[in-house]
Design a protein around this ligand. Structure first.
Ligand code: COA
Length: 284
């Protein structure tokens, strides 16, 4: 559980992938309906820094209007999905405090990313192997589905640094597992394994080590048979509805359902059913 003393550290592992192409801290590739974003700071356990957060948002923005891309998969490497916000960026000079306050709300990418993921109109699946801690865990919770390899470890250890989970963790975790358990995990900084996370409904599936991405891809393949507009609307209905009264939730569901009336895909879906053939959706 405890960090190894610096002297006993193994030499940093060779990066999982070479930093080439458009981005420095991530790799981004389109594959069968998904944009797969691989965090690529293996020597820092994929800790999130400002440029990395900006790159993730840039890559996601580039597929928002790409109709061939139905969803985004986030992943790290075998050792870490992401060990949280980069702790080396936590300095605060007294003379800059109010500038920092503004930046936290409006420009700091490490904060904007979480809300960007939450509001993304396409599903975000996190394929987690290894450490998924602090901001890494909070990022996965802002997404829609988490798949865990059996050696994955989840935790919110911010209290150890006298911080609190400040990227949604104190709000999202209690909504998933209940307030009492969330408080215990945050107040003890205990890391939980994949099976325990499954039992707590934090993750949808546990796979053998190294197979979380394969399971995420399998889910994407199944989603490809569903109308993409239907997925967008039901995602919004569920996410917004969790924060509304039940009556408001029913009303917005009716409105979002009606919005699909004008789509060509709805017509195609119903025609294909009547003609006993698979539907061909266009996302319009
Ligand atoms: N921010 C910046 N760097 C981080 C980091 C983070 N959140 N998490 C790990 N790293 C860096 C380490 O500093 C180390 O870098 P170095 O080799 O240049 O010194 C490298 O990643 C490997 O981590 P190390 O601590 O040596 O590995 P370990 O196997 O001994 O321990 C952890 C792994 C995950 C238990 C430990 O790294 C840790 O506790 N990380 C912080 C997790 C955290 O508190 N996250 C919440 C942040 S708000």
């Amino acid at each position: 559980m405890a960090r190894k003393p610096a002297a006993a550290k193994k030499p940093a592992k060779k990066p999982a992938a070479t930093k080439t192409g458009k981005y420095e801290y991530i790799l981004a590739a389109k594959r069968k309906g998904a944009l797969e974003i691989t965090f690529n700071r293996p020597d820092k356990l994929n800790a999130l820094n400002e440029p990395m957060a900006g790159e993730i948002m840039d890559a996601m923005a580039s597929v928002e209007n790409d109709r061939k891309i139905l969803c985004v998969i986030l992943q790290g490497d075998e050792r870490a999905f992401c060990a949280g916000a980069d702790l080396s960026g936590f300095s605060d000079k007294p003379a800059e405090r109010y500038d920092n306050y503004r930046a936290r709300y409006n420009t700091r990418k490490n904060r904007l990313l979480f809300h960007y993921v939450q509001a993304f109109t396409k599903p975000v699946i996190s394929a987690v192997e290894g450490y998924c801690l602090g901001g890494g865990f909070e990022l996965a919770m802002f997404g829609d589905i988490i798949i865990a390899g059996e050696a994955a470890q989840f935790g919110l250890p911010e209290g150890r640094h006298s911080l609190i989970p400040g990227a949604g963790g104190t709000q999202n975790l209690p909504r998933i597992i209940g307030a009492a358990l969330a408080k215990e995990l945050i107040w003890t900084a205990r890391r939980i394994g994949a099976e325990e996370a499954l039992g707590l409904r934090i993750v949808n599936h546990v796979t053998p080590k190294g197979k979380a991405l394969a399971k995420a891809r399998e889910i994407v393949e199944q989603m490809m048979k569903i109308g993409p507009l239907s997925i967008m609307m039901s995602k919004q209905s569920i996410d917004r509805g969790l924060d509304m009264s039940l009556a408001q939730g029913f009303q917005q569901e009716a409105d979002l359902s009606y919005l699909l009336t004008w789509s060509e895909d709805r017509k195609e879906g119903l025609t294909a059913f009547a003609e006993r053939r698979p539907a061909k959706f266009k996302g319009q």
